[in-house]
Design a protein around this ligand. Structure first.
Ligand code: SF4
Ligand code: SF4
Length: 483
């Protein structure tokens, strides 16, 4: 039903979230640091652009590229963050939680930052949703909060399902991470523009913002951006989330703002919702209104081993080691709770919202004492201790029965475990082993089906040959015997 057009600015008062999510934990991280200004990019010598499965490079070794020039064709293309020359296409360590090598383009930076002029729009109202979605795909926009799901596919799915509510995830997913808050303070106008474009594309009439109540600067910036925008057909509401980890995980956020508990594996669009984080909305607005593909992002740099702690603009492909003070520290991709260790050669990806540099663990784990603290904090809710037993023996039935698939990989269980058991890493390993086993079963089933098809074709061919031989013989006999 159409909503009356009203001023958005007067309605953006912070209200407490109407619902609460299961489990979670309060973190004693002290007073949160206020968002500082975002530090500018330090121009690196080389960038390493990771190719996604199905990507085809559209440049060669030796090609000189301009800033924003397309480097790959595929579902989500990559673009040059700055100008320079492509000097290599080689395997390098992936940023993914499961160690492995993936093809990367090496871009030797020339320091000139000569940019291509790209097409931008003034107002989404003058464009069909399909055109806007194409522009978003061509700009290489993906979810920037962790999973990296292609944004154009999420929008297409939402249009198919019918969505009436846009949820803006303005909560920081981990303690010590301030990247989205700093981005909101610095450029809330673009975030609001991005949200309005998404609402126009999917037909949402309501926008719910979830944010930690202590982020007063970000709330003020959002309010000012909405006031500057004036009247809008979208009703905006701003909710202060429960101050427990993981309030910013998509499923917990949806539960807190709408009371809806998504079923395991259920997408928000099945409930008439679409959810975007601040960084993705910002990138989407820059793509539509300024013609800028996704080639840089804001990330938080934290931990004892950080060279310059704080929020930084970084190029996609920037070597991670440039942010570390000392190689003795372990590099964690993502926040301190749900992040995972990566090697020295890894580079910033579109999903890198935080780099955390910490001391390497020296204490080994103790046996599980069945205290169930892990179950108390699990937001899903699961029994991590049971999942641990099944994961270590790769008990597929047990893992399925106890819901390994439902684990959102928040790491809350790890944090409270008194025995220092690396639960999250064990679950990730088990998930990846199960996925590999499923893939190999699927390949075996496919091979058996191909072999059956081949046998069926072969026996049909043999029957056809025998039938035609019989027919020839009959004709020959008939000719021989005469009338
Ligand atoms: S918190 Fe650790 S020790 Fe306690 S039940 Fe869970 S896995 Fe076992
Ligand atoms: S990592 Fe998984 S099992 Fe552990 S608390 Fe989070 S959702 Fe639960």
């Amino acid at each position: 039903m159409a909503q009356p057009m009203t001023s958005t600015a007067t309605r953006l008062e912070l209200e407490p979230a109407p619902f609460d999510f299961h489990g979670g934990m309060r973190l004693d991280t002290g007073e949160p640091a206020p968002p500082g200004s975002i530090k500018t990019i330090h121009m690196p010598d080389r960038l390493y652009i990771e190719l996604q499965p199905g990507d085809r490079p559209c440049v060669r070794i030796g090609t000189h590229v301009l800033t924003h020039q397309r480097l790959t064709d595929g579902d989500v293309p990559s673009h040059a963050p700055t100008s320079g020359r492509i000097t290599d296409i080689a395997l390098r360590p992936s940023i993914a939680p499961t160690p492995g090598q993936v093809p990367n383009l090496t871009l030797e930076v020339d320091g000139l930052d000569e940019a291509m002029v790209l097409d931008a729009i003034a107002d989404p109202a003058g464009h069909a949703p399909a055109d806007l979605i194409d522009r978003i795909r061509d700009a290489g926009i993906t979810g920037m909060g962790g999973a990296g799901f292609p944004t154009h596919r999420k929008l297409e799915e939402a249009r198919r399902s019918g969505v009436d509510t846009l949820i803006v995830n303005a909560a920081e997913c981990e303690p010590g991470v301030r990247a989205d808050t700093s981005l909101l303070v610095a450029d809330a106008d673009s975030v609001v523009q991005g949200a309005s474009a998404v609402a126009a594309i999917v037909g949402a009439r309501r926008c719910l913002v979830g944010i930690e109540p202590h982020n007063a600067d970000a709330i003020a910036a959002l309010r000012a951006a909405l006031a500057a925008r004036g009247s809008d057909e979208v009703r905006w509401h701003c909710y202060g989330l429960p101050e427990r980890y993981p309030a910013g995980s998509e499923r917990s956020l949806i539960r807190s703002l709408t009371g809806i508990q998504l079923r395991p594996g259920e997408r928000p669009s099945a409930q008439g919702l679409i959810c975007f984080n601040v960084a993705t909305l910002h990138a989407l607005a820059r793509a539509l209104y300024f013609g800028e593909p996704l080639t840089r992002r804001v990330l938080s740099v934290s931990g004892e081993g950080a060279l310059d702690p704080g929020d930084h603009w970084a190029f996609i492909g920037q070597p991670i080691r440039e942010f570390r003070a000392d190689p003795r520290f372990q590099t964690v991709h993502g926040g301190p709770l749900a992040g995972w260790p990566v090697g020295d050669e890894a580079a910033v990806a579109k999903t890198t919202f935080c780099l955390h540099f910490r001391q390497r663990a020296t204490l080994s784990e103790d046996p599980c004492i069945r205290c169930q603290r892990c179950a108390d904090v699990c937001p899903e809710p699961l029994y991590p201790e049971r999942l641990l037993r099944h994961s270590r023996t790769l008990n597929v039935d047990g893992l399925q029965r106890d819901g390994l698939d439902h684990c959102v990989e928040c790491g809350a269980c790890d944090t409270v475990c008194p025995s220092r058991i690396p639960l999250l890493a064990t679950f990730r390993e088990a998930k990846s082993s199960l996925a590999a086993a499923t893939q190999s079963t699927a390949r075996a089933v496919e091979a058996r089906a191909r072999s059956r098809l081949h046998e069926t074709r072969e026996s049909a061919r043999q029957r056809a040959t025998a039938a035609s031989r019989q027919a020839r013989l009959r004709r020959r006999r008939a000719t021989h015997d005469g009338p």
